[in-house]
Design a protein around this ligand. Structure first.
Ligand SMILES: [Zn+2]
Length: 200
């Protein structure tokens, strides 16, 4: 059936199908909806152009910026705590609970040898650099609860064996395998409040 489609539509469908959680049927539904709403289609195109040309990761924390990081430049973030997360979207989940006043570091993934993700694919060098330049008393490893997240947390803990501050992780309560963005804010707030020391 898809061979009937004009090439530009076919290309859009194939791009959509590569997104997480979108299969061929959803992709077709999205394309159909967009074609019925030319304004939305134009807005989407405009937004995508904006993201392509203006969004870059903050060279310090890794959060999404348009050349100016609202997190790294926030003078109210005075707690000497660095929260290490997997993805920029995890920051949004933690910020939603409005209690953390430290700073963040986005790793950009977690160690996953089976998928070919090694140490060099993560923002680890930037993390070690920050810990030399910036002063923290605690690092929270908020990487989630999957086995790969555990491995990554222990890898970081090993590398930081001589770092003088405290290493902690979120308390239990976050469902195994969950991304932070899907955890309800109350559970996340409790996990942050009751965080546990991470020992090797
Ligand atoms: Zn930043």
């Amino acid at each position: 059936m898809q061979m009937l489609l004009p090439p530009s539509l076919q290309a859009l469908l194939e791009a959509l199908e590569r997104l997480p959680g979108i299969g061929p049927r959803s992709a077709l539904r999205i394309v159909q909806a967009l074609l019925k709403k030319p304004d939305l289609l134009r807005q989407l195109s405009h937004s995508l152009e904006g993201v392509i040309h203006q969004i870059t990761p903050c060279p310090v924390c890794g959060f999404w910026t348009e050349g100016f990081c609202v997190l790294c430049t926030d003078p109210a973030r005075t707690e000497p705590i660095l929260c290490v997360v997997k993805d920029a979207s995890d920051i949004l989940a933690i910020e939603r609970i409005q209690t953390f006043r430290g700073r963040y570091h986005v790793l950009g993934g977690i160690l996953d040898p089976l998928s070919g993700v090694g140490e060099k694919d993560l923002r680890l060098v930037q993390l070690w650099d920050r810990l030399r330049r910036e002063s923290y008393e605690e690092i929270i490893l908020a990487l989630g609860t999957s086995p790969e997240a555990e491995t990554t947390a222990y890898y970081i803990a090993q590398q930081l064996a001589d770092w003088p501050g405290r290493l902690t992780r979120f308390a239990s309560g976050i469902p195994v395998g969950s991304d932070l963005e899907y955890v309800d804010p109350l559970t996340l707030a409790r996990s942050l409040r009751e965080r546990q020391p991470l020992s090797l």
